[in-house]
Design a protein around this ligand. Structure first.
Ligand SMILES: *[C@@H]1O[C@H](CO)[C@@H](O)[C@H](O)[C@H]1NC(C)=O
Ligand SMILES: *[C@@H]1O[C@H](CO)[C@@H](O)[C@H](O)[C@H]1NC(C)=O
Ligand SMILES: *[C@@H]1O[C@H](CO)[C@@H](O)[C@H](O)[C@H]1NC(C)=O
Ligand SMILES: *[C@@H]1O[C@H](CO)[C@@H](O)[C@H](O)[C@H]1NC(C)=O
Length: 421
């Protein structure tokens, strides 16, 4: 094919523009526009995370309070008196054989043993394990953000469907622009720990701190990257007892469990097949169809883990939509209109959501800090990714301690502002 000579530079410029924008790994919108999952999963560096990384534990390792972090230790000392003295139930890798003699009456409300969601120790809120509205699904996904999630998030966006995303802190640090997309798309973000280790290993004071820190670092990673601090969490593998509930409660985290399990993460493990996962989805659909959920709705455990788990969600979306009256984020089902510590972000209540108002105020926070007059600000939607004046301020660095409890780091975080598009 021959082009008129004048169109060649125009075409080249256009192709260059396309390829540049397709490879933009510096903004939420740029990253969200990448369509090739392999390209999505090529690692990139994001300046705010790179600058703060040394204040966080190594990714995918059980977090411990950073040495010398006196604020975190003080917080720990403040809360530890409220934590029941419960014996260790297993190892960090999930071996709970030492709990073989655990009493059958389940004195610690250990979900792993009994699916208990109503604490036996006083002063603790019950876990959320279903949603109060009839024929309603509390729709959510664990283990994200996954680098290759654009097709899945595009699909949810095409359905104007929001969900509750239980993010792992380590994934948030490695894939920050993907975490930002969840917020920009109007999803609800909850914590799924820093490193996805079993919770039951808590034994000594040191390990208490390890556990405590694994929440804190995940909350702080989400705050660093998205500007919001979650107030909900889900324990990996559902491994929770009253000790762990007490720590989560002291950190302001509501525990969200489930009653239905897709087992989507487990295909190829212990004989679980793709057909089993189909059957598990079908069990939930049947429950919605046969009246089982006519008085109280449901939550099913599903994952933003890999192509298979996300493809299953897409594959069953229409059937779930048909079987249920409503598919809503868990927080929406509970009218939790302020899902984060930062009160300038809101989600719709249940009635608003089901009448089609699935976002509030565009679904993005105006600002993450009261200090919006910062001289240079970082925008998720601009091509600038760093705010040198703010990020070089060592006081504003994300020390594990101060950012959460005093919000002093909001001076830094306030520079991560959002522009409504
Ligand atoms: C994300 O999904 C891709 C595609 O299935 C997979 O290769 C990758 O391992 C996943 N990443 C994580 C951290 O689970
Ligand atoms: C799964 O992978 C295929 C092949 O790369 C891709 O076309 C599809 O969009 C992916 N599905 C999801 C839900 O990520
Ligand atoms: C949510 O708000 C609606 C409307 O006010 C109300 O009917 C419903 O009971 C509320 N749900 C919960 C869990 O509070
Ligand atoms: C607001 O941010 C600017 C620029 O970073 C800083 O100079 C100023 O001290 C901050 N003000 C407050 C009240 O934190």
């Amino acid at each position: 094919m021959r082009f008129p000579t004048f169109s060649v530079p125009v075409a080249s410029w256009f192709l260059l523009f396309l390829s540049v924008s397709a490879q933009d790994r510096t903004t939420e919108q740029g990253e969200a526009s990448i369509a090739d999952p392999n390209q999505e999963c090529i690692p990139y560096s994001y300046a705010p995370v790179a600058k703060a990384a040394s204040s966080f534990p190594p990714v995918w390792q059980a977090a411990t309070i950073v040495a010398g972090d006196s604020d975190a230790l003080a917080k720990w000392n403040e809360i530890q008196g409220s934590i029941p003295n419960i014996a260790v139930k297993g190892t960090i890798d999930g071996d709970s054989s030492q709990s073989n003699n655990y009493p059958p009456d389940d004195p610690d409300c250990w979900w792993t043993r009994s699916q208990c969601v109503t604490p036996k120790h006083s002063g603790l809120p019950s876990d959320i394990a279903n949603v109060p509205e009839p024929k309603t699904l509390g729709y959510g996904f664990d283990d994200g953000p996954n680098c290759s999630h654009n097709a899945f998030y595009d699909y949810l966006a095409s359905k104007d469907q929001k969900a509750t995303m239980f993010f792992i802190g380590s994934n948030v640090m490695i894939w920050p622009l993907e975490a930002q997309r969840a917020l920009a798309d109007g999803h609800e973000i909850c914590v799924h720990t820093w490193s996805h280790h079993y919770m039951r290993f808590i034994l000594s004071l040191k390990l208490h701190q390890t556990f405590y820190s694994s929440y804190l670092t995940a909350m702080q990673a989400i705050k660093l990257v998205t500007g919001v601090t979650p107030t909900c969490w889900r324990p990996p593998s559902g491994d929770i007892d009253d000790r762990i509930r007490a720590i989560a409660n002291a950190l302001g985290l509501q525990t969200i469990m489930w009653k239905y399990d897709s087992n989507d993460w487990k295909v190829g493990i212990q004989g679980v097949t793709a057909q089993d996962v189909d059957n598990n989805y079908q069990t939930l659909i049947n429950a919605a169809d046969d009246g089982t959920l006519d008085s109280v709705g449901a939550i099913m455990l599903t994952h933003e883990l890999n192509n298979f788990t996300m493809s299953q969600a897409v594959k069953f979306y229409d059937q779930l939509s048909d079987a249920f009256d409503n598919l809503v984020p868990v927080g929406v089902a509970y009218n939790k209109t302020h899902p984060y510590v930062e009160t300038d972000y809101s989600l719709p209540n249940f009635d608003e959501y089901i009448s089609g108002r699935t976002t509030v105020s565009g679904g993005t926070p105006q600002s993450t800090s009261s200090n919006t007059s910062a001289s240079s600000s970082t925008s998720m939607t601009s091509t600038s990714t760093t705010s040198p004046s703010a990020l070089s301020d060592s006081n504003a660095g994300l020390r594990l301690s101060s950012s959460l409890w005093t919000y002093s780091a909001s001076i830094l975080l306030g520079t991560i502002t959002y522009i409504l598009s």
